[in-house]
Design a protein around this ligand. Structure first.
Ligand code: ADP
Ligand code: MG
Length: 349
């Protein structure tokens, strides 16, 4: 069976030079495969500093391995010629954590979509480029009309993150390396982005390396999981098995840090207490809660009174000014109006 990606016994040591005083073993003896046939969604999970991003960068060829090798379609990525490198860089795409950093605030977001088309010479036809961009935007649930022509700050965090996925999809990659793609977006958008990633895998056969510190989302979308601790893979395999029956103490520790409605209830074990929690939640409504209803009645009465007082004040002012206008009428229309304006100028000057 051939692999799209094969990480073979890879280690990465930072600061391993003649003049370095301290060394960091960011990744240690990691072996991992993404098969060519029916590519999966594979999670790399672990807490901050466990070596996940370094793994992503190794696979993308952004850093070179200290020991071991990374292969793309059976070819060592550090030994590729120019043409092979180009194919590799097109076929393996990255989606990173903080999409705002990727954008140049002075360019419209279109720029980020046009660049890969130019870099990889996908087309030189303007209309064709536009169609390609619109298609990949729609693929991730973005409306071209609401996205193109805008500046990065005019989009929401979720839109920016999806734009990153759209940019990666433009190149029709075989592998997508997504490093904490949802850690900067809120819960409602998280689901949409994760669904998009799942669709890319199921519908288009894109192999996904999903990097996260969060076991909940890993469990939600992945087939296999690799749990990393201090640069080493401590446990790996089918996500269902690993999460439900963790054998390594570190995996158990990570799972204990997942917030649960009740600490007595463990992962996915929904007992009577959990059922009660859910039914309490369903029964709770704002209208029935006496504190809420009292506050809102009081508030609406106060608003009504202030609106009435405001209206009265305006009517009084109007009556006074009409009376004034009548007494000034003999002085002439133009002069009266001019006087007001002069007053205002004097005030500002
Ligand atoms: N370019 C670098 N130079 C030196 N040390 C680094 C570099 N990149 C990462 N590290 C170190 O490697 C370890 C793993 O980091 P990282 O791969 O970013 O972990 P994670 O993504 O899981 O938080 C950390 O101790 C980090 O400080
Ligand atoms: Mg990281």
């Amino acid at each position: 069976m051939s692999n799209l990606i094969k990480v073979d016994n890879v280690s990465k040591v930072f600061g391993e030079g003649m003049f370095s005083r301290s060394q960091t073993v960011a990744v240690k003896d990691v072996t991992l495969e993404i098969p060519e046939k029916n590519p999966k969604i594979i999670a790399i999970a672990g807490e901050s500093g466990s070596g996940k991003t370094t793994m992503a960068r190794l696979i993308l060829g952004m850093v070179t391995a200290t020991r071991g090798s990374v292969e793309f379609q059976g070819k060592d990525i550090s030994k590729m010629n120019k043409a092979e490198k180009l194919t590799f860089r097109k076929s393996v795409q990255a989606v990173f954590q903080d999409p705002f950093e990727v954008y140049n605030p002075f360019y419209k977001v279109d720029h980020i979509m046009i660049r890969p088309i130019k870099n990889f010479d996908l087309t030189r036809d303007k209309d064709e480029a536009q169609t390609m961009i619109e298609e990949s935007l729609e693929m991730v649930g973005l409306r071209p009309g609401e996205t193109l022509g805008r500046f990065p700050h005019q989009l929401s965090g979720g839109q920016r993150q999806r734009l990153m996925v759209a940019r990666a999809m433009l190149l029709k990659p075989q592998v997508m390396v997504a490093d904490e793609p949802v850690s900067m977006v809120d819960a409602s958008l998280r689901a949409t982005i994760l669904e998009t990633i799942q669709q890319l895998n199921k519908d288009l056969g894109v192999g996904v390396l999903y990097i996260t510190h969060d076991l909940t989302t890993a469990y939600q979308i992945c087939d296999d999981i690799y749990v990393m601790n201090k640069g080493e893979v401590v446990e790996s395999g089918d996500v269902e098995k690993v999460i439900k029956n963790p054998t390594h103490p570190y995996t158990k520790l990570l799972m204990d840090s997942i917030p649960q409605p009740n600490p007595e209830i463990r992962w996915k074990e929904e007992g009577p207490e959990y059922d009660k929690f859910l039914s309490d939640l369903a029964e709770f409504s704002v209208e029935e809660d006496s504190e809420f209803s009292q506050t809102s009645t009081l508030e609406s009465v106060m608003i009504l009174i202030s609106v009435l007082l405001g209206t009265l004040a305006i009517i009084l002012l109007l009556m006074i000014s009409v009376a004034d206008g009548k007494s000034d009428a003999s002085a002439g229309f133009n002069e009266g109006g001019g006087g007001d304006l002069t007053d205002m100028d004097g005030f500002s000057g």
